[in-house]
Design a protein around this ligand. Structure first.
Ligand code: C2O
Ligand code: CU
Ligand code: CU
Length: 399
C-alpha cells in the first residue's frame, strides 16, 4: 500500500473499499488516536463489496515516527497481511532531522505456490506463526539502494511480516537508532544490529561509507512448540538472509551537523499506579470441539463480546506480561504506548516506549501504560498474527 505522510495535528480520512471475497477492516498500528466509531475501531466489519470511511484525528502532540496500517478482522488478519495488505505511515517531526534523503523500508515475507499465488500455510505453520520463504523490501527482492559517501539517510523500517522476527545488520555502514515504535531516544544510539519483532518499527540514521554493504536479516530463534505437535519449530533459523544492497560511491559530501537532542519523554515510573494486572500468554490444547491448539491470554480465547480489562481514563497502570509457553509472544496494545520498566527481574534505566513488546519463552516483562485521552473499546494481542487469529487477543475498555 501507499505510504501515508502525516504531521502531528493532522486529520486523516481513508475510504476502505473491500474488493476481497472476505470481510476486512483497517487498523492504524501505533497511532495514538481514538478507537471509537470510525476511528481506529477494529470491531468494524467491512463486508465484501462494501466500503467504510475512516476518520482519524492525530493530536497536536502526536509522537513523530514510523507507524503502519493493516487489516484487523479477527480470524483473517494473518491471511490478509501475508497476502500483502499493509502500508507504512510516517508522522513527521515538528523539527525535521537534516538528512540527504529518507527511505521507507517495509519488510514482509511470503511464500508463493507453483502458479505464483500466495501459498496457504500448513496447520503446523499456523500454530507457530507462518513465515514466508521470501523476505521482501517494499515488495521487492533484494533491491539495490545507492548513496554517496558521507550522506546521512533516514531509514524508517517496518516489520510487516506476519510472524517473522528480523535481526538486521548493515555491516560497513554507520548506524544510529533514533528510536523504536513511537519511542524516541533523547540522543541517537550507535548500533550494530536491530531486532524487530513483527509489528515493530525502527527509525534509523545511516551515514554512508564508501563500498557496498548488504542489509541482512540474521537468524532469530523465537522458540517452538516444544514437545507439543512433534516440536514444530519456528523457522527464523537457517542462515542470514540478504534483504537489500547499499552501494555507496561517487564524490563524498560534507558531514551534516549532529542531530539535535529530543525532548525527554515522560517517565511513568514517577507517577502513581492506579492498578496492577498480570496477563499470561499461553499455548495449549483446547478442551472444546475439535480440540486443536489454542493461543490464549489468561486461559481464554478472544471473545469480542467480553471485556477483559476495564481501565479508568486518566490513570496509569502497571501490567506484568508473562509467557507460559515455549515460544516468543510479541505483545501489542492499541492506542496507548507501553513503557517497558523491567525485563524479568531486571529494571530498565532509560525510558523505553514500545507498542509491541516481546515476551520470551517462560519470561516476564513489566510495562506501565498511561491510559489518557481516549475513551472507548479496543484490543491487545500477540502480534504473531496467526496467534491473534487463534484467539490470543483481549478486549480493553477505557471509561
Ligand atoms: Cu498491528 Cu492489533 O495490530
Ligand atoms: Cu496495532
Ligand atoms: Cu504469540
Amino acid at each position: 500500500g501507499p505510504t501515508l505522510y502525516l504531521q502531528p495535528g493532522d486529520r486523516l480520512q481513508v475510504r476502505l473499499a473491500n474488493d476481497l471475497d472476505a470481510p476486512t477492516n483497517l487498523h492504524v498500528h501505533g497511532l495514538h488516536v481514538s478507537p471509537l466509531d470510525n476511528g481506529d475501531n477494529v470491531f468494524v466489519v467491512v463486508e465484501p463489496g462494501e466500503s467504510f470511511d475512516y476518520d482519524y484525528r492525530l493530536p497536536a502532540d502526536h509522537p513523530p515516527g514510523a507507524y503502519w496500517y493493516h487489516p484487523h478482522h479477527h480470524g483473517m488478519v494473518a491471511d490478509q497481511v501475508f497476502g500483502g495488505l499493509y502500508g507504512a505511515i510516517v508522522v513527521g517531526d515538528p523539527e525535521p532531522v537534516a538528512v540527504a534523503r529518507e527511505r521507507v523500508l517495509v519488510i514482509s515475507d511470503l511464500t508463493l505456490d507453483g502458479s505464483g499465488r500466495v501459498a496457504s500455510p500448513s496447520e503446523m505453520a499456523r500454530m507457530a506463526g507462518r513465515e514466508g520463504e521470501r523476505v521482501l523490501i517494499n515488495g521487492q527482492s533484494r533491491p539495490v539502494l545507492t548513496a554517496r559517501p558521507g550522506e546521512r539517510e533516514r531509514w524508517r523500517i517496518v516489520n510487516a511480516c506476519s510472524a517473522r522476527y528480523v535481526r538486521l545488520r548493515l555491516d560497513g555502514q554507520q548506524l544510529q537508532l533514533l528510536g523504536v515504535d513511537s519511542g524516541r531516544y533523547p540522543e541517537p544510539r550507535d548500533v550494530n544490529e536491530i531486532v524487530l519483532a513483527t509489528g515493530n518499527r525502527a527509525d534509523l540514521l545511516v551515514t554512508a561509507a564508501e563500498g557496498s554493504s548488504v542489509l541482512e536479516s540474521l537468524p532469530y530463534d523465537r522458540g517452538g512448540m516444544g514437545d507439543m505437535m512433534g516440536g514444530g519449530s519456528t523457522s527464523s533459523g537457517g542462515g542470514a538472509i540478504a534483504l537489500a544492497t547499499l552501494d555507496v560511491a561517487g564524490a563524498a559530501v560534507a558531514a551534516l551537523p549532529p542531530v539535535a537532542a529530543q525532548p525527554a519523554p515522560r517517565d511513568l515510573r514517577g507517577l502513581t499506579v492506579a492498578g496492577r494486572r498480570e496477563l499470561t500468554f499461553a499455548m495449549g490444547m483446547g478442551m472444546g470441539m475439535g480440540g486443536g491448539m489454542q493461543a490464549t491470554i489468561d486461559g481464554k480465547v478472544f471473545d469480542p463480546g467480553r471485556v477483559d480489562q476495564a481501565v479508568r481514563l486518566g490513570t496509569v497502570e502497571e501490567w506484568t506480561l508473562t509467557n507460559a509457553s515455549s515460544m516468543d509472544h510479541p505483545v501489542h496494545l492499541h492506542v496507548w504506548p507501553m513503557q517497558v520498566i523491567a525485563e524479568g527481574n531486571q529494571p530498565l534505566d532509560d525510558v523505553t516506549l514500545r507498542d509491541v513488546v516481546n515476551i520470551p519463552p517462560g519470561g516476564r516483562v513489566t510495562v506501565r501504560v498511561a491510559f489518557d485521552r481516549y475513551p472507548g473499546r479496543t484490543v491487545y494481542h500477540c502480534h504473531i498474527l496467526d496467534h491473534e487469529d487463534n484467539g490470543m487477543m483481549g478486549v480493553l475498555t477505557a471509561t
